[in-house]
Design a protein around this ligand. Structure first.
Ligand code: PGA
Length: 261
């Protein structure tokens, strides 16, 4: 049985002050939620937050007494160097964040990050001892022209170039996020999301073997809300959700973590 992974992606929201306020509110929600507390304690569910780099330290400190995962939203592939504005994996590790989002569609489409760059970042994250969430997903145009599977296959294979089965199973999580469903209120139907998540699991099986594919966590993201979480999570190949907008409020995110169970 794969562990459920419920993750919030805060994007460019929440300053350190707002982060502190959020976790004070989230601590109360956690305290009141017997099912989420039990699921985390039993090792059935992980709850994670990917936060702006300037708020990482605050998040780690504020969440210190809660069994939560804190991660960065991006990291450069070099350990240090003349890369103004970037942060490195050792910097993320030093503040005790354990996960990094790689290749989010906003990185790919707004900042023109390529599959080759996501691959270098993926290696930097796993070589640095952290866990990477590789985001993949097609645009509306790609879906409508029948290219969705090819695009996802390319993002998966290029992103995981020179990875082995063990590292992939233990250190990589895949998040399928159709670009047309992100922040638009348009969720992929649970069946459409499952169809692609199964396609990704089959790709993992072909590339790394069935044992790796069975262990690999695959998430869905794109307008996930408390109301649609249960139906998305009922699909066989969807192990969790990556949540943007609805992760910014403690009440809605705890409901997502509850409804995922
Ligand atoms: P959304 O964002 O839930 O606001 O659609 C998801 C994401 O970008 O990870």
């Amino acid at each position: 049985m794969r562990k459920k992974f419920i993750a919030g992606n805060w994007k460019m929201y929440k300053s350190p002050k707002e982060t502190k306020e959020f976790f004070a509110a989230f601590a109360k929600e956690m305290d009141a939620s017997e099912s989420v507390k039990k699921a985390i304690a039993d090792g059935v569910e992980d709850v994670a937050f990917f936060v702006p780099s300037i708020s990482l330290t605050t998040a780690i400190e504020a969440a210190e007494n809660m069994p939560l995962i804190i991660g960065a939203e991006n990291a450069h592939w070099e350990k240090c160097g003349a890369f103004t504005g970037e942060i490195s994996v050792p910097m993320v590790a030093e503040v005790k964040a354990s996960h990094v989002l790689i290749g989010h569609s906003e990185r790919r489409h707004i900042f023109h990050e390529t599959n080759e760059e996501t691959n270098k970042k993926m290696h930097a994250v796993t070589d640095g001892g952290l866990r990477a969430v590789l985001c993949v997903g097609e645009t509306l145009e790609e879906r409508e022209s029948g290219k969705a599977h090819d695009v996802i296959k390319g993002q998966f294979l290029d992103g995981l170039k020179n990875f082995d089965a063990h590292t992939t199973a233990e250190k990589v999580i895949i998040a399928y996020e159709p670009v047309w469903a992100i922040g638009t209120g348009k969720t992929a139907s649970a069946q459409d999301a499952e169809e692609i998540c199964k396609f990704i699991r089959d790709l993992a099986s072909d590339t790394f073997g069935t044992e790796c594919a069975e262990k690999l966590l695959i998430l869905y993201g794109g307008s996930v809300k408390p109301e649609n979480t249960a139906s998305i999570m009922s699909e066989a190949d969807i192990d969790g959700v990556l949540v943007g907008g609805a992760s910014l409020k403690a009440e809605s995110f705890i409901k997502i973590a509850e409804n995922a169970l």
